[in-house]
Design a protein around this ligand. Structure first.
Ligand SMILES: NC(=O)c1ccc[n+]([C@@H]2O[C@H](COP(=O)([O-])OP(=O)(O)OC[C@H]3O[C@@H](n4cnc5c(N)ncnc54)[C@H](O)[C@@H]3O)[C@@H](O)[C@H]2O)c1
Length: 330
């Protein structure tokens, strides 16, 4: 039987590598592209043993048609760089990598006449800025930093190319993905990673403000399932929010990880809460999250040793990061 052929960009990253594993289990042939700017070989340790996987170690905007198959039917586009402070310091680098290279890549698909059944773009909920109420896809866009803007332009350009050149595109605005292999630094380093690493060093968890801030964490297995269902669906030119649909407080998270805390000042420039309205994705793709926050965190706690070599955020490094951010964003 002819296999479904697909391309996963950012294949060695957190989400991309889980997507690769998921697709290989479904018996897809997968071309995984990564330039290892933030990816890790160990994330692909199972994939590289699989005869249905081919790793292309280069910039996704420089891939040649001879390196992939013209018969590819699906693209999952996860390649991107994501750190807020560096994006404020070097905005063009972010815009180039996340927006311009995405356009180049869609142009590559168009010019080579790939007959895609779906191009699924990994967008970011950061486009909603400081909005802290339940967020549907029509909430006003309000990018607060170049990272958010670069991802948003990448999304909108993909949607535009899709409409004009009849490429079926779906964009999924991910809220806070978490699970094994996730990073402790970067835009998605997120408080979970910071706390895990602090716990491993017997360092008190640094809680900003009163710890009542909320984040809508969605487990990685639910994330890759959503991307898969988007690819398989008949939908096109659609944008979906992807979260669990029920945020959890930082205090609750901290209590799961440790009983040693210290309070540090609250940070400006971040939403007080993120809360995805997931009714559209549930309705259109028949997707729903299945891994609860308690289940997902219990998996993480059982594997906490995996983060022992990750960078440690100390009180002073967090304060420095916050100061740079606040100064730059003004
Ligand atoms: N993790 C989240 O919660 C979250 C939330 C919203 C959006 N996203 C988006 O999802 C995507 C994946 O996120 P992640 O958490 O897995 O990040 P990640 O950093 O773990 O993975 C991104 C991968 O892309 C690769 N990459 C970057 N630029 C590249 C280039 N020019 N060519 C080839 N490879 C390149 C990196 O080496 C890395 O392996 C990103 O685009 C991100 O913006 C993630």
């Amino acid at each position: 039987m002819v296999k479904n052929i697909c391309i996963v960009t950012g294949a060695a990253g957190f989400i991309g590598s889980h997507m690769v594993d998921f697709l290989l289990k479904k018996n897809f042939f997968v071309y995984g592209i990564d330039n290892f700017s933030n990816g890790e070989k160990k994330n692909l340790k199972n994939a590289i043993k699989n005869k249905n996987f081919k790793l292309i170690n280069k910039d996704f905007s420089k891939v040649k048609i001879s390196e992939i198959s013209k018969k590819a039917s699906f693209v999952f586009h996860f390649a991107g760089i994501g750190s807020i402070v560096p994006s404020i310091e070097d905005p063009f680098k972010y815009f180039e990598n996340n927006a311009i290279k995405t356009i180049k890549f869609i142009e590559f698909i168009r010019k080579n006449k790939l007959k895609l059944k779906k191009f699924v773009y990994a967008a970011s909920s950061s486009c909603y800025g400081l909005y802290s109420l339940k967020t549907d896809e029509n909430v006003k866009i309000s990018c607060q930093h170049p990272y958010a803007y670069s991802k948003y332009v990448g999304e909108q350009s993909s949607m535009f190319w899709g409409k004009i050149y009849n490429i079926p595109i779906i964009s999924i605005r991910i809220f806070n993905a978490y699970g094994l292999r996730f990073k402790t630094t970067g835009a998605y380093g997120s408080v979970i990673g910071v706390f895990l690493r602090q716990k491993l060093s017997n360092y008190p968890l640094t809680i900003c403000g009163n710890g009542k801030q909320k984040r809508d964490y969605v487990h990685i297995s639910d994330v890759v399932n959503a991307f898969y269902l988007a690819a398989m669906s008949n939908q096109k030119s659609q944008i979906y929010n992807l979260g669990y649909g029920k945020p959890n407080t930082v205090k609750k998270l901290a209590n799961i990880i440790s009983n040693k805390f210290q309070k540090i000042p609250n940070r400006k420039g971040e939403p007080f809460a993120t809360h995805a309205d997931i009714s559209k994705i549930k309705r259109h793709l028949k997707w729903k999250p299945v891994v609860s926050f308690n289940e997902g965190m219990s998996e993480i706690m059982k594997n906490i040793g995996l983060w022992k070599t990750a960078p440690l955020w100390t009180t002073s490094s967090i304060k420095k990061y916050t100061r740079t951010w606040t100064k730059l964003i003004k």
